[in-house]
Structures are given as C-alpha cells and as structure tokens.
Write a protein that binds this ligand. Sequence first.
Ligand code: AMP
Ligand code: MN
Ligand code: MN
Length: 316
Amino acid sequence: MILSDILKDVKSVGITGHIRPDGDCTGSVLALYNYILENMPEIDVDLYLEQPGSEFYYLKNIDKIKNTPEDKKYDVFFVLDCSSLDRIEPFISCFNNASKTVCIDHHVSNTGFTDLSKIEPQASSACEVLYGTMDADKISRNVAECIYTGIIHDTGVFKYSCTSKKTMEIAGEMMEKGIDYSDIIDNTFYKKTYVQNQILGRALLESVLFYDGKCIFTTVTMDEMEFYGVTGRELGGIVEQLRLTDGVEVAIFLYQTGEEEYKVSLRSKKKIDVAAIATQFGGGGHVRAAGYTAKGSVYQIINSIGELIEKQYNAM
Ligand code: AMP
Ligand code: MN
Ligand code: MN
C-alpha cells in the first residue's frame, strides 16, 4: 500500500487514531497529516483526535487537531494505530460518511474494519507501518519527528521485543533528517512531573505480588487521582515499572474510571500472551502489551485475569 496511489485524484482526507491517544497514535496521525500537507497541497486534510498530552506539543501542527467531529464527507478517511471501531469514538460519523476507509495499524487484535488496510502485527508501531507507505525522500524533519516519537513510545525506547532491525533502520533514517532525538526521548518518554512521580511511588508501595511472584498488580483509585490532580493518561509509566520487577512475568495495572469500573493495562515479559487475555474481556492490543475496560471489583478483575494466566501456564 503506497500513499501516493491511494491519494491519487483524492480531494479530501480525514484522519483519526484511537481514544486516549499515546505517543504512537499521536505521532502517526500527525506524521500522515503533515506528510499530506507538505507533499499533496491540493488535498484538503483534517485531523480528528482526543487532545494528546502536552508533552507532545513540539510536534508540528498538533494545534490543528480537531477534538469534535465535523459534518463532512471525506473521499478517504484514515484510521491509525487503532484495532477496532469502538476505539475511534466520537469520530465514528466521519468514518461512516467517508467514501473509502483505510486502516494503518500493528495490533494483532485488529478486526479488519476498513475498506483497505495495512496491518503488520510484527511491526513495532503504527509509525513503522505508516513509514512503509511513504516515499522516504519526501519525509521532512517535521514528519521524521512524528515518526520517531511513535517508534520511541511503542518500543519503550527500543527495548520491547517488537523492536526489529527494520525499526532501528527507520529510526536511524529519521535521525538523519536532523531531529533532536535525545530531547524527544527525554521530554516525552522519561520526563515525569512531580505528582506523576508521587503517584508512581504510591502505586509501587501498594503493589501486590501473587502467583509465586510471577504476577504483580497495583491500583489507583479515582480519589487518589483527584488528590494528586492527575488524569489516567499520566499514569502510563506505572505498569512499565511493575513489569521490571525481578521474577515477574505479568504486570497488571488498574486505574479506576467509574463505580466498579477500571481501565486495565497488561504487560508481559516473555511467555504470557496478554493480547489473548485482553481480547477475552473485550479489549485488545499486542502479545506483550494489551488493555481493556473492566467492570467489577479489583478482587474480581484480578482473579479473572489470574485464571487466564494460569490456563496459559498449564498449556505450556
Ligand atoms: P495500554 O495498557 O492502555 O497502554 O495499552 C496497551 C496496548 O493495548 C496498546 O497498544 C493499546 O492500543 C491496546 N489497548 C489498550 N486498551 C485497549 C482496548 N480497550 N481495546 C483494544 N486495544 C487496547
Ligand atoms: Mn496506541
Ligand atoms: Mn501503536
């Protein structure tokens, strides 16, 4: 799939990603938006997304993102880094009105919900898949910043098992475009606010090891989030730190989103397929990183995950 083919004679394009956009989602939609603006100026292009975190504000044209859907009919509507239609809300009307829909993604759980798609479950990131649709010579420094950002976030700075030689080569090419790669890594991936560090500390303090130390979980309640003045999006580093605990295979992080409702993040190291677990509960993701929204008490949620982990171990 080549962008210049898909966009031949196309007059209007809409782009979106998934709810609660992360670095890969934000990077990929802005990479595509900027690439079209710079190389296909005759096309009218709009970008729809929930507003990304302020750590991404160095990305070109992030201020052009529309947070509410418009009543327009697009020739082509792109959905990036998103595995199913329920995750593009509230922009479903733009999707339904479009003449042609295209998905560019890397989720193993992708349901194949568009007319055209390029889904590469082996790819590190949607940015890596998107790069494959572009003409490398036409990638500007601005677009390179977006792509590099996505790769950094979805590989945990080149360390998760989704990182490949190809990932590194693309990242290297982006570096050659003159981006400030050190700042991108420090300012968007590692930098934490004071309260983020405080709530991380608290969550780690209250973490619980179970299943002979192979699993670990912790929870952040709505009251705690209110006390520290943080949103769910700012809690991303917690599950990563849990995952690093010596001896742990699966890390589980829950943050409360309502009465008996939690956003669940799952990470595994080498053995357990957490995408399979998340998919069972209506979510999705990747083999080593997945998530879903769960109803019930913390006890019930952890128990139900534990059962599926045990089943996987028993089948090995
Ligand atoms: P998270 O734990 O939210 O960082 O998500 C880890 C991975 O799982 C990401 O690639 C997400 O896109 C994916 N994911 C998280 N929640 C869901 C969900 N409800 N449905 C499908 N995929 C999800
Ligand atoms: Mn994502
Ligand atoms: Mn991604």
